[in-house]
Structure formats: C-alpha cells, structure tokens
Design a binder for this molecule. Structure first.
Ligand code: SAM
Length: 249
C-alpha cells in the first residue's frame, strides 16, 4: 500500500498513539527477549511515524535507523526525532544497508504490506549481524475474531481475511530466509480506556483496512461502536502476535 496516496498518515498518530504505558509494555516485552544480545544498532523497518523508534533508542541505548517508503509518514517521524534516530525512504525489499550491520530488526504492522515477502525476509537476514534478532510485531489471520473492531465493521472481516497471512505463513517466510524462530508469543495491549475513546481513535482514519471500507459502512460502524459504548465501559484491548527470529551465530 502506498500510504502517500492515502489520507492515513494524517490521522495515524491520533489513531495509534496509545500512551506511555503501551510503549512501556512493548519495550519490556522486547527487553525480555534481548538477553545475551549487545544492542548497538536497531533497524525499525516500516517505521511509519516512528511511534516505536524513539522508545527503542531510549530503552536500548541504541542507534535506530527508521526506513519507510512513505514521505508523509517519515516527515512526522522526523518531527519528533532525537539524535539517536535517523530516518530514510526505503522499502523492506531493498535495504540501503551493508551486510551484518544491525543487531535487531524491528517490524511493526508491516508484513502484510510487503510486495515481495521472500526478498524482504532475505534482506533482514542479510543486514543482521550473526546472533542478531528479528522482532515481528504483526497482525495475523489467526486473530481476526479477537480484533475488537471487527464486530462493529462486519465487512472488515473479509478484507482482513484477504490481507492478513497466518502466523504459520509469516513464520515460514523468515525461516525460509535462513532465520531460526526462537519464540512466538501473544501480547495483549490496551488501545483505549473505553469504547467512546476507541471510536474517536478509529474516526481519525489511521487504519488501512477500515480506510478501504465504503464511507457509509465506516460511518455506520462508528455509530454502532458509540452506541455500544453505553454497555461496554471497560478498556479496549487487542491481542498482537510477536514472532522472534535469530540469525545463527
Ligand atoms: C501500519 S503502518 C506501521 C508503521 C509503524 N511500524 C507502526 O507500527 O506504527 C505500515 C507502514 O508500512 C510501510 N510500508 C508499506 N510498504 C512497505 C514496504 N514494502 N517496506 C517497508 N515499509 C512499508 C507504510 O508506508 C507504513 O508506514
């Protein structure tokens, strides 16, 4: 998907900024799988607006390179960049990096956008140092029934089924590139404190699946979400898969 040809970048941060506790949860989770790894250089591949890049640099005291093909997304990343981060236009299929040059490749919500999955995984393998790890934070077809917006936007289910590969497929792509899978885990993250706040986030238009729905369907879904809010005041959570791979030492 060419994000620059859409309005997704305009609402992305409003839709996906879930606050410091959310970032803390993810940094703690990654940290738990960094044992034994000396992390100097992290590639945030498909970094978008850099919502994870700054946190990665701060938590792991590392240099972070953020690559993304979208100029609109990157310009927002650059607005909040720190000295430890650098951003550039690039796609996963052709990384402008030397072989063996990073310790970690972090990929968040980008696998389903690859145009050539095998090449992207081969590129991750090439740029990783030996013993380095890939962290694939991803959506998958396995979880569609658990994604909280699906019941409110019924046609999103078939779009998700078309677009999201299974965990098995995503895992196989990286293993075929020569990486060892060392873990598959599930992280349950809070994305809104209640359904009204969730509706406001979705209304910002930062989701590529919902952006593909007809405007009338999208509006109807938001309405039903706001009506449902009366009986559903609890926090909104969603499960996100995290797959971890290692380049053999
Ligand atoms: C859902 S956003 C995720 C952004 C960020 N990783 C995050 O979690 O907020 C998907 C991003 O993937 C980027 N993208 C699309 N095709 C790509 C490709 N072939 N290689 C790398 N990034 C790509 C888009 O431009 C977009 O910024």
């Amino acid at each position: 998907l060419n994000y620059d040809a859409t309005t997704i970048p305009d609402g992305y941060n409003k839709a996906r900024d879930h606050g410091p506790e959310f970032l803390e949860l993810w940094m703690n989770t990654l940290d738990a799988w960094m044992a034994g790894l000396h992390v100097r250089d992290i590639l945030d591949l498909g970094c978008g607006t850099g919502r994870f890049s700054q946190a990665l640099a701060a938590r792991f005291k590392a240099r972070v390179i953020g690559f993304d093909p979208s100029t609109k997304m990157l310009s927002q990343a650059r607005d909040r960049r720190s000295e430890a981060t650098v951003y550039a236009n690039a796609t996963a299929e052709s990384l402008p990096l030397h072989a063996d040059s990073v310790d970690v490749v972090f990929l968040s919500m980008v696998f389903h956008h690859f145009t050539d999955r095998a090449r992207a995984a081969a590129e991750c393998h090439r740029v990783l140092r030996k013993g380095g790890r890939v962290f694939l934070r991803t959506a998958s077809s396995d979880r569609i029934s658990s994604y909280p917006y699906v019941p409110f936007f019924p046609t999103s289910r078939s779009v998700l089924e078309q677009r999201l590969p299974s965990i098995a497929v995503q895992s196989e792509v990286f293993q075929s590139a020569g990486l060892d899978r060392i873990a598959t885990t599930l992280v349950v993250q809070q994305i809104a404190e209640n359904y009204a706040a969730y509706a406001d986030k979705l209304a910002a238009g930062g989701d590529s699946v919902l952006a593909s729905l007809a405007p009338a369907e999208f509006a109807a879904g938001l309405r039903s979400l706001r009506e449902a809010e009366v009986g559903m005041s609890a926090a909104v959570v969603e499960p996100i898969d995290l797959l971890i791979f290692e380049k053999r030492a």
